[in-house]
Design a protein around this ligand. Structure first.
Ligand code: ADP
Length: 487
């Protein structure tokens, strides 16, 4: 049995901060391996080298040899580039002009083939490097075929036959569904095209594949690991997930406390920590100024940084906006996604220029100024596997207002003014009414100045760094190896 000290773990994923990010997946893929390294695990990461990743900016180094392999009779050559960060994390970038070096991460007609290609290339990379992983740690549908390949075409490969797999579900709502016509091109036999394997209503389903073929599966909070086993939240995979219940775990995500730190963050107007919390208000004034809102430290300011999709409940915010404004609050929104929601917010911003502003871009630096400058942070998600934004908010002393679902339920606790306990405001129903009433509770406490300082202290003192969760992953790796050995 391997000890933690000599475990080799390779993460494969489609996103990693800061190189390629659309959401929390990217944060996890860059922060968890660093924590595993602190535990003595040799954790490394492989991602595609997208066209927008700048070699010079990130000081990427190209390996002299090319990674060569075949896929369904085609010969491929891939450039391998790498970067070792100051904290010792080795990241490999796979570059292929036709398939991987695109200007967007997702959204191409050939995404099925592109990611299947990346999956096979990730596996071939291990042999190329001579890095024999004890664990392949696969994240979300984009790498759902790695466990399939390891259990089929590489099953008896002397270099890879002992490699166990963990599949982490960051969001079951995105499954990677493609036509079965793809199968012959991606080296998967029709044998695997079965309902208990990767077939899904006549198509191939990549996330289903990841779940069905991995030794161990986990999600990013305990609550979500339970929710997805129900027909309501199982996205039509609840049957399969229930059948895997013994191998399905929930480990809450952490955030990198160095990366997200109001006392060192160079993007914000004034740096602060709990002992200098009185300075936080200067970030609020700066944010009001940046967005062209009336500058007044007494006005409660609510922030929202999110993908604009139905999952995140932007419509609930829009439908509550009038009431929220009537409470005298300001609303600052940052997000990309469905134009439908952007237009609704744009209209609100036009109608209420002193209260509502939206910036429809992806902007990490601005996101940080919103985390630092807001009093409260809205997350009315319909479902939320973990959610990082509420954790970041609490780190910045910004009080989350969340719906009781998934990781939000696990990490935010309703403030109780009698005991002085709690870190935020939590509501139950997917309804504007429930959201409004949570905002009202928050604003009431906000105006009772002393209690507000208390809740800020509770939020900033809560610990969502990776320490404990990384240890849970180390335990899960051992379990996966055992499971793999048994077969
Ligand atoms: P999800 O992964 O479902 O999008 P999370 O809360 O887990 O949601 O993580 C979202 C991450 O993406 C956070 O780091 C958040 O700050 C960031 N983010 C989301 N939208 C934007 C945006 N428009 N600009 C900058 N950062 C964003």
């Amino acid at each position: 049995m391997n000890s933690e000290r000599n475990l080799n773990v390779l993460f494969s994923a489609s996103e990693m901060a800061p190189y390629a990010k659309t959401g929390g997946l990217a944060d996890v893929v860059s922060s968890l391996p660093k924590e595993l390294i602190n535990l003595g695990i040799d954790a490394r990461v492989v991602i595609p080298k997208y066209g927008f990743i700048d070699d010079d900016k990130y000081k990427l180094i190209e390996m002299p040899d090319r990674l060569k392999f075949t896929m369904s009779g085609y010969n491929y050559e891939v450039k391998v580039k790498y970067h070792k960060s100051s904290d010792g994390l080795m990241t490999y970038f796979l570059e292929h002009d036709g398939l991987l070096s695109r200007n967007d991460i997702y959204g191409y007609e050939d995404d099925g083939y592109r990611f299947a290609f990346f999956n096979k290339a990730s596996i071939e990379l291990t042999r190329f490097l001579g890095f024999k992983p004890d664990i392949f740690h696969c994240h979300d549908w984009h790498v759902g075929l790695i466990p399939v390949y390891l259990k089929t075409i590489y099953r008896n490969d002397p270099f890879l036959k002992d490699t166990a797999t963990i599949f982490t579900i960051h969001n079951l709502g995105y499954q990677g569904i493609f036509s079965k016509g793809l199968l012959p091109y991606i080296e998967i036999s029709w044998e695997e095209f079965k309902a208990e394997k990767l077939e899904f209503w006549g198509n191939i389903n990549f996330i289903k594949a990841g779940i069905a073929y991995s030794d161990i599966i986990n999600t990013v909070s305990k609550e979500y690991s339970k929710e997805i086993q129900s027909p309501e939240q199982g996205q039509q995979l609840d049957n399969l997930l229930r059948s895997k219940a013994n191998d399905l775990f929930g480990i809450i995500n952490g955030i990198d406390y160095n990366e997200w730190n109001p006392s060192t963050d160079e993007n914000i107007a004034v740096r602060y920590d709990l002992s200098s919390i009185y300075k936080k208000v200067e970030n609020k004034i700066a944010l009001q100024k940046e967005f062209g809102l009336p500058q007044n430290d007494q006005i409660p300011l609510l922030g929202f940084v999110s993908r604009l999709t139905y999952q995140k409940g932007p419509d609930l915010i829009a439908e509550s906006a009038f009431e929220i404004i009537s409470m005298g609050a300001q609303l600052v929104l940052l997000g990309t996604g469905d134009d439908y929601y952007r237009n609704i917010f744009q209209k609100l911003a036009n109608d209420f220029p002193n209260n509502v502003k939206i910036n429809a871009s992806f902007n990490d630096s601005l996101a940080r100024r919103i985390y630092a400058g807001s009093d409260m942070f809205l997350m009315p998600s319909r479902y939320e596997p973990c959610g990082l934004s509420q954790l970041i908010s609490m780190r910045y002393g910004t009080i989350p207002i969340v719906r009781r679902t998934g990781g939000l339920a696990d990490t935010v606790h309703e403030y109780d003014s009698a005991s002085g306990n709690g870190t935020g405001f939590v509501f139950n129903d997917e309804s504007p009414m429930d959201l409004i009433s949570a905002v009202r509770r928050a604003i009431d406490v906000y105006y009772g100045n002393k209690s507000w300082q208390n809740i800020i202290a509770n939020a900033m003192k809560s610990d969502f760094s990776w320490g404990n969760s990384a240890k849970e992953y180390a335990d899960l790796y051992r379990r996966a190896i055992q499971k793999h050995e048994i077969g």
